[in-house]
Design a protein around this ligand. Structure first.
Ligand code: FAD
Ligand code: NAP
Length: 343
């Protein structure tokens, strides 16, 4: 049975360092502890909220019910033809596993280096960066249904992955506790440096394409990220606060008439992705400070807690940014992290 505590501060369990308490809290390290925690919650009719690294949540109020810190550990693998299928327990750290797989000579995760958080949370928003998404590598996951307590396996199709989206943000929201995920990696590197910032960084370091390997790609991704993104340990944040909006071709064309320099990336379906950071910058918010919270000065998509800020203040700032972008561009920004406690 895991130790279950009452009225526990979650400030050190969320990368925005927002003050909030869990009514009940426990850390589970294996499936047996997870089942015991679920039984405890069931017997008291408590809502169960899983958290991993807390790097994609906004705590705007105390959480009632049982918060379960998903710290299950373990990694195993098997060869399936040329693919190495690696199964990671939910509590393993994403970046540590990217590095560990690289050391083993198992490739595919290198563009996703330095993303904070746990393996178990990665499918929730189909994490992505520098031209690669989790869904590109994904094989399956095992979860426990909170309602029935039954074990359920999801393959890629069942996860309904989209751009920073999955079934776990929609029809299956709040229903499953992910206990492990399996990714298909390869021993033959497949280099993907199409993303312009990554290509530029890699090209600065090599004289010929033959020198480009996954280790270099990972190192360059880490270098770019460290230059641009605030380290949550030093400046609390949750990464991108908004998704990059997808707008229709007609709306993109109309906006380009007014803003010919607007960056835009055409999608397969004809829509365009507009960087939310650019929209926010155009509204003059880069580096803006509102009391104890603000907009990061090197990346306008990142909202930061400057010290002592709370969830309500942060959401007020987010609403101010959304209103400004909507007024100027007629585009609705959507918050990316999961917000708890805001009505
Ligand atoms: P948490 O914040 O703990 O949880 C997020 C959500 O998942 C919550 O709703 C929680 O209930 C649920 N959850 C967590 N674990 C489980 C589980 N085992 N089972 C069921 N539900 C679960 N994201 C990107 O996509 N790309 C990036 O490049 C990126 N860069 C970032 C950079 C910084 C500096 C920061 C702070 C964040 C960044 N993020 C990025 C967001 C974040 O790292 C990812 O979303 C990550 O997957 C969150 O993992 P976590 O363990 O911290 O999840
Ligand atoms: P950036 O290079 O300033 O580019 C801004 C946005 O434009 C990116 O978010 C990206 O969308 C899009 N973009 C750029 N080049 C593109 C291309 N060739 N094709 C399609 N879309 C393109 O971005 P950044 O803020 O420094 O982030 C770099 C990468 O890390 C991005 O992939 C970003 O998503 C990821 N990241 C995510 C988070 C998070 O919390 N979710 C935090 C930090 C960084 P995409 O987001 O779709 O790639």
């Amino acid at each position: 049975m895991p130790v279950i505590q009452q009225n526990v501060s979650l400030q050190s369990f969320n990368s925005l360092a927002l003050p909030a308490e869990a009514e009940f809290f426990c850390t589970v390290r294996d499936r047996a502890e997870l089942r015991a925690a679920l039984q405890f919650a069931h017997s008291r009719q408590l809502v169960v909220t899983p958290i991993g690294g807390g790097s994609n949540i906004v705590l705007a109020a105390n959480l009632s019910g049982l918060v379960v810190h998903m710290d299950l550990r373990g990694v195993s693998h098997r060869a399936v033809g040329r693919v190495i299928e690696v199964t990671f327990a939910a509590g393993e750290n994403w970046h540590q596993q990217v590095q560990s797989c690289l050391e083993q000579g198992w490739y595919g995760m290198e563009n996703l280096a330095l993303i904070p958080g746990s393996m178990g949370a990665a499918p929730i928003q189909n994490i992505g960066a520098y031209g690669v998404e989790l869904s590109d590598l994904f094989v399956s996951l095992n979860a426990i249904d909170k309602l029935s307590g039954e074990a359920v396996e999801f393959d890629r199709a069942a996860c309904q992955f989209g751009y920073r989206d999955s079934v776990f943000k929609n029809a299956a929201r709040d229903r499953y506790l992910i206990v492990d995920i399996t990714l298909g990696l390869t021993t033959q590197p497949q280099i993907n440096i199409q993303y312009p910032a990554l290509q530029a960084a890699v090209n600065q370091h090599v004289r010929s394409a033959a020198e480009i390997g996954p280790e270099l790609v990972s190192a360059m991704v880490c270098q770019i990220r460290r230059q641009k993104l605030p380290d949550p340990e030093l400046i609390p944040n949750a990464g991108s606060f908004f998704k990059n909006p997808l707008v229709t071709r007609a709306q993109t064309d109309a906006l380009l008439q007014r803003y010919p320099q607007m960056p835009h990336y055409a999608q397969a379906d004809g829509d365009s992705k507009i960087p939310a950071a650019w929209l926010i910058e155009q509204c003059g918010f880069r580096g803006a400070v509102r009391g104890a919270v603000g907009v990061h000065d090197r990346q306008a998509l990142v909202l930061v807690n400057l010290g002592g800020g709370n969830g309500a203040e942060l959401l007020e700032l987010a609403a101010e940014l959304c209103d400004a972008v909507k007024q100027r561009f007629a585009i609705e920004l959507e918050i990316e992290p999961r917000v708890y406690g805001a009505d």
